[in-house]
Design a protein around this ligand. Structure first.
Ligand SMILES: Nc1ncnc2c1ncn2[C@@H]1O[C@H](COP(=O)(O)OP(=O)(O)OP(=O)(O)O)[C@@H](O)[C@H]1O
Length: 260
């Protein structure tokens, strides 16, 4: 099922003493539930701008974005914020954990905004998610006492604790060594698979990009599909993405303790 669709999307910013700058132009992109997409592009090609649009942090200046069928431009800021909180998880290069808060407090943070039962069960849900990423014994550790890989695993648990339909990972391995980076990617992919979430990874690293099923590149504000010889590597079987809604249904029948 289509999760987010960009149709002729552009983003132009007004500059105080120069003509408007067109950062993105005519971007078409459809992301389905369970999709795995990588986006590469040189510095300044518009990757963060695109990520902010996919993450419902900004609205396009041209074209249309539909999230789960709803036209983003028509939604109020409050509705957009609720949709973002419930449906999108972010993972950043620098982890962005709250300093002075334990691992479990960090993972509980998104649940503080949940209006349902997950709010009351936030501690149990956060503990289960940390357990899932292999940090069940580090619930009360402070981020500054954890390695980069461990901090990124906390960030992944935080991004996934509300069971988002879309995970946006912006250079998720950029601050990690090669081996830790690939372990972290594996874990993120596994948990995304279990929950049926789509995973969009923005990266400079061809080895990370090649882990996705679909490969795209931003070039001068336009999104270009990479295939054949241009692709960062042979794509794994697309069947993994096809069965994602199936996996989400399976997941949703799991015991209550681990369900949001
Ligand atoms: N609000 C803004 N005002 C002016 N220029 C902007 C604004 N936002 C982005 N830009 C410019 O638009 C271009 C694309 O920016 P963006 O941050 O999306 O690129 P990027 O591909 O993420 O770059 P990097 O890989 O270096 O982070 C850059 O030249 C940037 O300076």
């Amino acid at each position: 099922m289509t999760l987010i669709a960009l149709d002729g999307v552009g983003r132009t910013v007004e500059l105080p003493d120069a003509p408007p700058l067109q950062i993105l132009s005519a971007v078409d992109l459809v992301i389905d539930d369970g999709d795995r997409v990588s986006i590469v592009g040189r510095s300044g090609s518009g990757k963060s701008t695109l990520l902010n649009l996919l993450g419902l942090l900004d609205r396009p200046t041209h074209g249309e974005i539909r999230f789960d069928g709803a036209e983003v431009r028509r939604l109020s800021d409050a509705r957009l914020a609720r949709l973002r909180g419930a449906s999108i998880g972010f993972v950043f290069q620098q982890f962005n954990l709250l300093p002075g808060r334990t691992a479990i407090e960090n993972v509980m943070t998104p649940l503080l905004y949940d209006r349902g039962a997950a709010f009351w069960r936030r501690e149990r849900l956060a503990a289960a998610m940390l357990e899932r990423v292999g940090l069940g014994a580090r619930l009360t550790s402070m981020p500054d006492r954890m390695s980069g890989g461990e901090q990124q695993r906390v960030a992944i648990a935080r991004a996934l604790v509300r069971r988002p339909r879309l995970i946006l990972a912006d250079e998720p391995t950029g601050a990690l060594d090669l081996e830790t980076g690939s372990t972290v990617m594996e874990l993120m992919e596994e948990v995304a698979r279990e929950t049926g979430a789509a995973l969009v990874t923005i990266t400079h690293d061809p080895a990370i990009a090649r882990r996705a099923v679909r490969h795209l590149r931003l070039e001068a504000g336009r999104l270009v599909p990479l295939d054949g010889a241009e692709a960062p590597g042979a794509a794994p079987a697309a069947s993994e993405a096809v069965s994602a809604p199936e996996r989400r249904r399976e997941f949703e029948s799991e015991p209550e303790e681990v369900r949001a």
